[in-house]
Ligand binder design. Structure first.
Ligand code: PLP
Length: 420
């Protein structure tokens, strides 16, 4: 039988420690050495709902301050903005999943992204974005960073020559999503990392859509991976969070600046996030499977003009995706064929409205399927022409698949398509 005492003994074996856990084991347990005794022998990570930590007496406080000077104060709290044990436990688990040295959590994905950029970019520096990136990330670069004298250049996804040509002496970081939203474009991570390293530039990948179950950017030489943990990591559409994973020095620097900028996640949200993470591998496997079936079904459907899913050969990045990913994720985008006499935006809305399983809601990655028409959800304030200049068509649908049965999702699509 499985006995905890036996497990502790096995854990001490070096060969065993060297053997990497699979993603699902890591989702549940973190790293081998990640299983520390918990308060009151609690099986789950306790929620340490406290703003501050107490000291026995002045000598205890002095000892802590000395340890902190030497960077040896891990595990001992001082104030909530400088760390929390519930949050720390989740950070370690996420680092293990991404094959990273360390990870740091933030209260939202956007806070993670803006924190990294504000922390590492000096005035007068320059950053490069690949296009088709999260619209608020682009907004932050074009408006907020510009105000601080930081310029940004946008290069087309997949154009290595344009990327290299865009690098200036003051370029500090290249940022890309992979897969992107909503077209699921895939960055060639090995190539991206090689170009950046040649010029001494850091790289950051927003890998929210992939999750470490499908893709591990650090393994391809990328410096920082960022996630909107609101999506697949949480998996339950019930919290907001962000995570950054990378080398100890980089994450350590972010931890220092977090103490100043103050974007800290609440311990209760961190607890829910850990609970969500435990089922990440199972959920993503189901989402990969349904999305693949949906993409294949729509790819040959006469009422669908075009499908965007990296797991089908019609996608421009199919070959890179096959090389770099072990699954292609739970989001499928597609363009509805226009009907004579009806505006494409309206035909598409009728299809969206005819679906019964997915909710109409932004976000993705949770157990519930969600569907949107980006022209109406995220880009409503723009005109049809303005949307086209940034590549958002009126007949585009983003279908973020949940964990419902594949057969039910396919049947729902079939009945909805019969109505348009
Ligand atoms: C949702 C999302 C974000 C922003 O994350 P929040 O948690 O909503 O702040 C960033 N990047 C991608 C790819 C996303 O999907």
């Amino acid at each position: 039988m499985f006995d905890l005492a036996d497990t502790q003994e096995i854990i001490n074996l070096t060969a065993w420690q060297k053997r990497p856990f699979g993603s699902s084991t890591q989702s549940v347990h973190g790293q081998v050495d990640g299983r520390q005794p918990r308060a009151h022998n609690s099986l789950t990570t306790p929620i340490m709902q406290t703003a501050a930590y107490t000291f026995e007496n002045t000598a205890d406080l002095r000892a802590f301050k000395e340890a902190k000077l030497w960077g040896q104060a891990e595990g001992r709290g001082e104030y909530g903005r400088y760390g929390n044990p519930t949050v720390r436990a989740v950070e370690k688990r996420i680092a293990a999943l991404e094959n990273g040295d360390d990870a740091i959590l933030f209260p939202s994905g956007m806070n993670a992204i803006t924190h990294v950029l504000l922390s590492i970019l000096p005035t007068g520096s320059h950053i490069i974005f690949t296009d088709d990136c999260y619209h608020k990330t682009r907004h932050f670069g074009n408006v907020f960073l510009k105000r601080l004298g930081i310029e940004s250049t946008q290069v087309p996804m997949g154009d290595a020559a344009a990327l290299e040509a865009a690098i200036q002496p003051n370029t500090r970081i290249i940022i890309s999503e992979s897969p992107t939203n909503p077209y699921l474009r895939i960055a060639d991570l090995e190539q991206l990392a090689a170009i950046a390293q040649k010029h001494g530039v850091k790289t950051m990948i927003d890998a929210t859509f992939a999750t470490p179950i499908n893709q591990k950017p650090l393994d391809w030489g990328i410096d920082l991976v960022v996630h909107s943990a609101t999506k697949y990591f949480s998996g339950n559409n019930d919290l907001l969070a962000g995570a950054v994973v990378g080398k100890v020095e980089l994450i350590g620097a972010l931890r220092q600046s977090q103490g100043v900028l103050g974007g800290v996640i609440d311990p209760h949200a961190a607890f829910l996030l850990e609970r969500g993470l435990k089922t990440l591998a199972l959920r993503v496997a189901q989402q990969n499977q349904t999305a693949q079936a949906v993409a294949e079904f729509l790819d040959s459907h006469p009422k669908i003009e075009r499908v965007w899913y990296p797991g089908v050969p019609s996608h421009p990045d199919y070959a890179i995706a096959r090389r770099q990913m072990s699954g292609f994720g739970g989001v499928v985008s597609f363009e509805v064929a226009p009907l004579p006499g009806e505006a494409p935006v309206d035909t598409t809305s009728r299809l969206v409205d005819a679906m019964t399983i997915p909710y109409i809601a932004p976000s993705l990655g949770g157990v519930e399927s969600l569907i949107i028409q980006p022209a109406i959800m995220s880009y409503y304030e723009l005109s049809s022409e303005e949307r086209l200049t940034i590549g958002i068509k009126d007949n585009l649908v983003r279908f973020a698949i949940g964990i419902e049965d594949t057969a039910d999702i396919l049947a729902d699509l079939e009945q909805a398509l019969a109505q348009v």
